[in-house]
Write a protein that binds this ligand. Structure first.
Ligand SMILES: [Zn+2]
Length: 254
């Protein structure tokens, strides 16, 4: 089991805070031979020295810890993955655009290259003229330019949706999580159709990431009212704050 809080602290430093409320401040600090120590709001370790910040407990930084922090790392991974998808789609749009502008030359290229390959293909008994490869290339070369324009537009729109998802997820916007779930689910049938058509490892991997992302987002972020919905989500985050925990502990003892 990885301690995400400790890991985050070792990379970004501890977060210490002196609440104005003296009973809270007492429970978060101690005096040692070396001086005053303050409890890190993230990992709970005592850190030597003055607290980084101070103020009323309600204004304390809401430091994600434990599961919330691990979820944030997963969300960020998803956001980066969305950005990578957007990039692939834009590259695809560019390639189709290039094809659209060079269709005649592409057709010429096929007509000169395939006869050149024919002797080599014949020796292995491959009828290249009638092969799946040649047919596909000729089909692509003779595609309607209007259709290609539609494909380019479609790829760009899809890329923009992916970019919006990535932005929303990275900044932990709830709309970003909803957008990711809705848009990703919408494309799952297409991905299944694609897989039924032609299976590659990359396609399977991208498909599995998408399915896992949808299930995990709904479950973890309590979207569409799952597991108590937004209210439960907020309560969970608040309860993760050590300061909130400390506050309830002192309230109970007094
Ligand atoms: Zn810490």
């Amino acid at each position: 089991m990885i301690d995400w809080s400790l890991r985050h602290c070792s990379r970004n430093g501890h977060v210490t805070y002196r609440p104005d409320e003296s009973d809270l401040a007492r429970s978060l600090s101690a005096t040692t031979d070396l001086g005053e120590v303050w409890r890190c709001l993230r990992c709970g370790d005592f850190v030597l020295g003055e607290p980084l910040e101070s103020g009323p407990a309600d204004a304390a930084p809401n430091v994600p810890r434990g599961r919330v922090l691990r979820d944030r790392l997963l969300i960020r991974f998803l956001a980066v993955e969305r950005a990578a998808r957007a990039l692939m789609l834009l590259v695809g749009a560019y390639l189709v655009w290039r094809l659209k502008n060079n269709q005649a030359r592409f057709a010429d290229w096929i007509d000169t290259e395939i006869p050149l390959l024919k002797p080599a293909a014949d020796t292995i008994g491959w009828n290249i003229d009638n092969s799946w490869l040649a047919r596909t290339l000729r089909e692509v070369a003779s595609l309607n330019p209007g259709l290609l324009t539609l494909v380019i537009a479609g790829l760009i729109v899809y890329a923009l949706i992916q970019l919006a998802e990535g932005y929303g997820l990275w900044h932990e916007k709830r709309w970003g999580e909803y957008l990711a779930v809705i848009a990703t689910s919408a494309f799952i049938p297409i991905e299944i159709w694609e897989l039924a058509h032609h299976v590659t490892i990359l396609k399977i991997a991208l498909f599995l990431i998408n399915v896992a992302a949808v299930v995990w987002l709904i479950w973890s972020k309590r979207l569409f009212g799952a597991r108590g919905g937004y209210a439960a989500f907020e309560a969970e985050h608040a309860s993760e704050s050590l300061l909130t925990v400390t506050r309830s502990a002192t309230a109970e003892s007094s």
